[in-house]
Design a protein around this ligand. Structure first.
Ligand code: CMX
Length: 432
């Protein structure tokens, strides 16, 4: 059975489940909202539904019930490789079952067939100035592809709302297939004298991305497979996923929705933190004239950052209250492949000193590192030193989760989002 057919078989039982929940328990209260939550980023209010992944504050993310170590064990690998293939994770998120090697192979082949960038897009990417931030170029490239949205075309032609998932499926497959090519095109254009590398049809999605980036070390292919799995999905309340969900709820297509989500990912409190971590470390190294700083020197720089009213990038989280398992997975990769690397040593020293400093500082609810504290040092090691590009890598991966959630939203007919806003006068009236 094709993946699309398999997905279709999952839709009706889920529709029945959602219908029954609304009909039989629609008035059951699942969350209350305090004034602090209304004024504080709606933190912790249970008002979104997402089945692809679940985030526990202490344990971290589970993808369709599986932890990261479980996924690393159970998802199919490339021949001779040890890391899970992102195509397998996509399959798992979409249909809720572990894929076979053949299932994964079919996705790789399908994405290869859909991966060619249209000429008009290449021209648009070429027209962007090289000093435009790579995230702006990435978001713009995704948005430009909207011209070819099958969902929008079918909507204009008058498709039934029960069938909307079908053209959305086609759009998300086309988009996912093209994202590594768009990202690597932007990378080579911006940093490598516009010299591009054509896709290799023998390679899987993550390995091809690594190849088109121009990194020759075969270990980098393994890193990218892992990276693209780790950053993919984090429930639906994070800024990028929620933005895409919100935009999609107006029946905007996958291109509009993902481009908007990527804009959210470009914020320094969200995905851009991976760039900021490297910038922070390089700044420290430069000020000290190179080498690995001592714990005392790092302590001083950390306090200078905090006393300057800035955040320590890569630390803290809105939900997590322990070290992010995505950080741990990257640390394990580093311990195996680059234990003596200088920047990895700085990252490790930061892990030793930062949590205590944040605890003493007394503000952050979570003093532990998140995914972004570790990803950059692995990129630098393999030669991708241009840290302004790092959030694009995050975006390619996050698209897996965002787009899977989006096609499910259309399959289940989730409503247009429209929470109620209140004024500060109204709030004061309530507490009188
Ligand atoms: N450094 C300094 N101060 C921090 C901090 C950090 N790393 N993390 C939180 N704080 C501060 C907050 O700014 C806030 O200060 P105010 O009370 O003055 O506003 C206070 O501690 C309480 O914040 P919180 O409830 O612990 O954290 P939030 O849920 O509001 O924000 C996050 C979460 C991630 C934005 C925040 O921890 C942060 O800014 N971290 C640094 C940036 C970062 O690494 N972002 C990436 C997150 C992962 C991702 O999305 O990619």
């Amino acid at each position: 059975m094709t993946l699309k057919k398999k997905f279709e078989t999952k839709i009706d039982p889920m529709r029945d489940r959602v219908k029954a929940l609304i009909k039989e328990h629609g008035n059951h209260v699942i969350s209350e909202v305090t004034i602090k939550q209304a004024l504080g980023g709606i933190r912790g209010v249970k008002c979104l539904v997402c089945d692809t992944s679940n985030l526990d504050p202490m344990e971290g993310i589970r993808f369709r019930g599986y932890t990261i170590p479980e996924l690393c064990e159970k998802l199919p690998k490339a021949q001779g490789g040890k890391q899970p293939l992102p195509e397998g994770l996509f399959y798992l998120l979409l249909v809720g079952e572990l894929p076979t090697e053949n299932d994964v192979k079919e996705i790789t082949e399908e994405w290869q067939q859909r991966s060619k960038l249209p000429d008009y897009l290449v021209k648009i990417l070429d027209s962007y100035p090289t000093d435009m931030h790579p995230m702006t170029q990435f978001s713009g490239g995704i948005l430009a592809l909207q011209k070819d949205s099958i969902f929008s075309k079918k909507y204009r032609e008058g498709i039934s709302k029960y069938d909307l998932w079908d053209p959305m499926y086609e759009d998300i497959m086309n988009l996912l297939a093209k994202l590594p090519s768009i990202a690597s095109y932007i990378y080579r254009k911006t940093y490598k004298d516009n010299k591009h590398i054509k896709a290799d049809p023998k390679l899987d999605w993550g390995a091809n991305f690594a190849y088109m980036m121009g990194v020759e070390n075969p270990e980098y292919k393994e890193l990218m497979r892992l990276y693209l799995v780790l950053h993919s999905d984090h429930e639906s309340g994070n800024v990028s996923a929620h933005t895409s969900h919100l935009v999609g709820s107006a029946l905007s297509d996958a291109y509009y929705s993902l481009s908007a989500g990527i804009d959210g990912l470009a914020g320094p409190l969200h995905g851009l933190a991976n760039q900021e971590v490297l910038r922070w470390i390089m700044n420290v190294k430069e000020k000290l004239g190179g080498g690995v700083p001592t714990k005392e020197q790092l302590t001083k720089f950390l306090w200078d950052t905090l006393n300057g009213g800035q955040v320590i990038p890569g630390y803290g989280h809105a939900v997590l209250r322990a070290t992010d398992p995505r950080y741990k997975a990257q640390r394990e990769f580093a311990l195996e492949h680059l234990p003596d690397d200088e920047i990895f040593q700085v990252v490790s020293l930061l892990y030793e000193v930062t949590p205590d400093i944040l605890k003493k500082h007394g503000k952050a609810m979570n003093p532990w590192p998140n995914v972004d504290a570790h990803s950059g040092c692995l990129q630098v090691y393999y030669g991708v030193t241009e840290y302004d590009f790092y959030t694009v890598l995050f975006g390619v991966s996050r698209a897996i989760g965002i787009l899977t959630q989006l096609v499910w939203s259309r399959a289940l007919g989730f409503s247009i989002e429209r929470p109620k806003s209140i004024s500060t006068d109204w709030l004061l009236e309530q507490v009188k």
